[in-house]
Write a protein that binds this ligand. Structure first.
Ligand code: FRU
Length: 468
């Protein structure tokens, strides 16, 4: 009964709100965004029988966090997407305050979701790790909880990411221990139903890390070119000069996981993105052997509700899909090659930044070879400066009006910049680092370049990509 009620409410919200949302000049032309309401983490990302499936944390009923649903899209090529049946609605007691984040696996030909049932009480909360399996109608049938709160942790245990390794299922879970330290738990199972806790594989106070946050969210573990990479979102890191400047962080460790002992020897934590908006990424393996990442271009509690799209009844977008590679001891990210099919109207310019014309960046891609200092104004609303120190991205805070800045330190030789109405994603030196940000210029924003540095620049318009 509750499920029917929730689905009717969601349908009403979409039917009555989608037209207004579509009129927003800030609505992306080719990034994924919710039809209405609030979207956050990517969930259940998988290439299953040729099609990619991507679900998302969704509150269709309001531009607010709350009892999350899972919306769902699918795509043959990571570029053209279609809406799929809503995957999960928070109808059951074990998920009364939200079907929280999780992942998807192919269980012998059955698309299977593992997610967190989030339950809040007047004081405190609990969490169940739950399973849902796709049925013959393409809908997810809930199997209920398979794992209660493990002993020794607060109610903050969530975001199962599951993969297969040597004939077993393995899971990483974000957790907070009773001393309020963030951890990643490692579990294994023969059947996705019965789970054994192997131990804490990483976290605050572990593996030589020192104090490193009160909660770790959205872990993801995968093998890439000889490395076991752990992507995770620690909460509670103090800001330092030039880093950890967002409310919460999202980053990676590389190392080696010993599946026998559950021990993970890893190096330092590195931020995945140096811009303003990036959080809760999830990766999947493509059938052709690539590791693809999609993140949420938003951060919880970081002035989210000062974004102007709220007036149009929707908020937040995903990042573009990114291909990961391991090079020179670093995790590189580049826009998925499939996105090149959106390019049209190529134009090439070269000369001092000062001498180049203003360029349309409403929906555009720029590839720039950089030789010297320059600056770029995005629609008069956000500035990028490039000098000997590296890159600085500057905008004024929408809540306070104060100037805020993000940095990448290092030598810049090339930039690839993807612009989509209210977002920019700046890929530095062929993916050595990325800066992602939302910004809210007027309609038809332009890029204005200045400075004496020499640039070789390609500009493409990017075709819009209607989500069916
Ligand atoms: C990360 C997160 C997850 C949680 C979800 C709830 O943004 O807080 O830890 O599962 O969002 O929407």
């Amino acid at each position: 009964m509750k499920e029917q009620h929730l689905l009717k409410q969601a349908l009403r919200a979409v039917v009555s709100g989608q037209q207004r949302a579509a009129q927003d000049v800030h609505r992306p032309a080719w990034h994924l965004a919710p039809p209405v309401g609030l979207m956050n983490d990517p969930n259940g990302f998988i290439q299953f029988q040729q099609r990619y499936h991507l679900c998302y944390q969704w509150n269709p009923l309001a531009c607010a966090h709350g009892a999350k649903f899972w919306g769902q899209w699918s795509s043959a090529d990571l570029v053209h997407w279609r809406h799929e049946p809503l995957a999960l609605a928070p109808a059951e007691e074990y998920e009364s305050h939200g079907c929280y984040s999780g992942s998807a696996v192919d269980d012998n030909g059955v698309l299977t979701l593992l997610y967190t049932g989030n339950v809040k009480f007047s004081e405190g909360r609990t969490a169940w790790q739950c399973v849902a399996r796709m049925n013959e109608h393409g809908e997810f049938a809930k199997q209920g909880p398979v794992l209660p709160l493990p002993e020794g942790y607060t109610g903050h245990v969530r975001d199962p990411k599951v993969w297969r390794h040597q004939g077993q299922w393995w899971m990483v879970l974000g957790a907070q221990d009773l001393n309020l330290q963030g951890k990643v738990l490692l579990l294994h199972s023969a059947d996705l139903q019965n789970w054994t806790l192997k131990g804490e594989m990483a976290g605050s106070g572990l593996n030589g890390l020192g104090s490193f946050g009160y909660m770790w969210e959205c872990p993801d573990l995968f093998h890439l070119d000889g490395q076991d990479i752990l992507v995770v979102c620690p909460q509670g890191l103090a800001a330092q000069p030039y880093r950890y400047l967002n409310t919460f962080q999202s980053g990676w460790f590389s190392g080696e996981l010993d599946y026998q002992t559950g021990r993970y020897h890893h190096g330092e934590f590195h931020e995945l993105d140096h811009g303003f908006e990036f959080y809760a990424p999830q990766t999947t393996a493509s059938n052709d052997g690539r590791r693809i990442l999609i993140g949420w271009m938003g951060i919880p509690d970081q002035d989210e509700f000062f974004q102007p799209t709220l007036e149009y009844g929707w908020i937040h977008t995903m990042t573009c899909p990114r291909e990961l590679s391991w090079r020179q001891g670093k995790l590189f990210q580049q826009p998925a090659r499939e996105l090149r099919q959106l390019r049209s109207d190529e134009r090439t310019f070269s000369g001092a930044a000062d001498s180049l014309p203003a360029l349309d960046i409403s929906s555009a891609e720029l590839a720039i070879m950089v030789d010297g200092d320059f600056s770029a104004s995005f629609g008069g609303t956000m500035q990028l400066t490039c000098d000997a120190m590296g890159l600085t991205l500057t905008r004024s805070n929408r809540r306070t009006g104060d100037i805020e800045q993000r940095y990448w330190l290092g030598e810049v030789t090339s930039l690839q910049i993807l612009c989509d109405r209210s977002s920019v994603e700046i890929f530095i030196n062929e993916g050595e680092a990325v800066m992602s940000a939302r910004y809210f210029p007027g309609a038809a924003p332009q890029l204005r370049l200045a400075g004496e540095g020499g640039l070789m620049l390609h500009h493409w318009r990017l075709k819009g990509c209607v989500i069916e």
